[in-house]
Design a binder for this molecule. Structure first.
Ligand code: PLP
Length: 455
């Protein structure tokens, strides 16, 4: 067996890590952690350190670690048939069964699911479907995509453009010209703290209307948004937001893409965020929770209205030239079938809502009165603590101080993984749905202790 030192050296010398400080890592100045196992909400590293994973990996291991039934389904599928493609009408029992299970759970007006590998490629698919749709309808100029600042939709060229976070644009020549951004529905960071929630929603809608008027509705194809802003800060929408936005989009014949990579399959305590907030999207992006990350798989769920046009398009133009070698990969599909069955059997959607509410309550009690906590917010199994230099008047820390990262570092020393969200001093928590009440209380306690130590 390799020694820890040997592995760490190979890691620094050979492995190009995503979203990592490359120079520091290669020089051995950045943390390295090699994970070897996990059970429930806990992971274990090679040194034997046990950590309570308050972020479920990258908010994806929704059913928790160590689920033998999913591992068995993957192994069985790999033995029986590791791969066959899904082009030109080919299928596997696993992929067809999963399509059926997804559609049984999706909102009623949705018609089909197209499978990919990652949230990013599913969103790339969505944009191509939107463009294809408008080309078939004979309006080739209707192509721009509206996204929100602070939205996260992936790291590809188009998806990285739709992502509204500076870090993902800087030095990459993004965003591409087809993407236009509108203001984030982030009540705590509203431009004027005297604004009520209703006034802020009205302000966001006016901004959206102004953007559409400036660009011209006949140039705008779709609006993409996460039901709850995720990586941009774990921010539930202000009251009335989705209802008002949908009214504007419908009036201008702009499609709605609900990016449910984080919220899909239970994180808000509802099967989909679309059901939670009364959205009627034309496309829904799914990934993470589809397999709870036991294997890579994603999907684009397409509405009946879009499906009818897409099908007509291929009748007129031949096969739709869009597919991945690994679309509907049988091993991913087998993981998805076992994962969704497990979520049902253990009642994990309801658990995410119930234990997530407890986490949010405990967190508010533990840190809500601290002078450097501006807000504790959440929905379902999502919870965020917004750190501020001063509460009233609201004043944020200078980004260079890295206060959020310091608090997350202190939490780690106390055995809890949280995530410093990339823009702002926001402590993010998105644990697995199997989190126990005691674990929720421990997370809140450790957060309070870490904040007191750092600030
Ligand atoms: N969309 C949302 C809302 C996400 O949170 C993410 C990833 O965090 C993505 C898309 C991209 O998914 P992936 O990293 O699998 O490409």
């Amino acid at each position: 067996m390799l020694t820890n030192d040997q592995l760490a050296k190979w890691d620094r010398e050979h492995f190009f890590h995503p979203s990592t400080h490359l120079g520091q890592f290669a020089r051995g100045e950045a943390p390295q952690r090699i994970i070897t196992g996990g059970e429930g909400a806990t992971i274990v590293d090679r040194d034997g350190t046990r950590l309570l994973d308050g972020f479920a990996g990258l908010y994806c291991v929704n059913v928790g670690y160590g689920r033998a039934e999913i591992a068995d389904a993957i192994a069985e599928q790999a033995r029986e048939l590791a791969y066959y493609h899904a082009y030109a009408g080919h299928g596997t029992e696993a992929a067809i069964t999963l399509a059926r299970m997804v559609m049984e759970r999706a909102p009623d007006h949705m018609a089909r699911v197209y499978f990919g590998l990652s949230g990013s490629d599913a969103n790339e698919t969505n944009i191509k479907l939107v463009w294809y749709y408008n080309n078939i309808l004979g309006r080739p100029e209707k192509k721009k995509i509206i996204s929100r600042w602070r939205g996260y939709h992936g790291s590809g060229l188009m998806t990285g453009s739709m992502t509204g976070l500076d870090l993902f644009h800087r030095k990459f020549d993004l965003p591409l010209a087809q993407v236009i951004h509108t203001e984030a529905p982030y009540f705590y960071r509203r431009p004027d703290t005297a604004m009520s929630e209703a006034a802020f929603t009205a302000h966001l809608v006016a901004e959206l209307e102004a953007l559409i008027a400036r660009e011209g509705a006949d140039t705008i194809a779709a609006f993409i948004g996460e039901p709850v802003l995720g990586t941009g800060g774990l921010v539930p929408p202000p009251a009335g937001y989705w209802e008002a936005v949908q009214e504007v989009l419908a009036r201008h014949d702009i499609l709605l893409i609900a990016d449910e990579v984080v919220t899909g399959f239970g994180r808000l305590g509802s099967m989909f965020g679309s059901q939670h907030y009364g959205l009627k999207p034309d496309l829904i992006t799914i990934a993470k929770g589809l397999t709870s990350a036991y294997a890579p798989l994603s999907g684009s769920i397409v509405s009946q209205r879009m499906w009818d046009v897409l099908a007509r398009g291929t009748d007129e133009n031949g096969v739709m030239g869009h597919g991945w070698t690994y679309s509907a990969h049988p091993i991913g599909a087998a993981a998805g079938v076992a994962n969704l069955a497990l979520i049902d059997r253990l009642g994990l959607v309801e658990a995410a809502g119930r234990v997530g509410a407890h986490l949010n309550t405990c967190m508010a009690e533990a840190v809500g009165d601290h002078p450097n906590v501006g807000e504790v917010r959440g929905e379902g199994m999502l919870c965020a603590v917004e750190l501020v230099a001063e509460r009233d008047p609201r004043r944020f820390f200078d980004a260079s101080e890295g206060v959020g990262a310091k608090v997350v570092g202190a939490m780690l020393r106390h055995g809890v993984i949280a995530r410093a969200m990339p823009q702002g001093d926001i402590i993010g928590l998105a644990p697995p749905f199997c989190l126990t009440v005691e674990e929720a209380e421990r997370i809140a306690g450790v957060t309070a202790r870490a904040i007191t130590e750092v600030l």
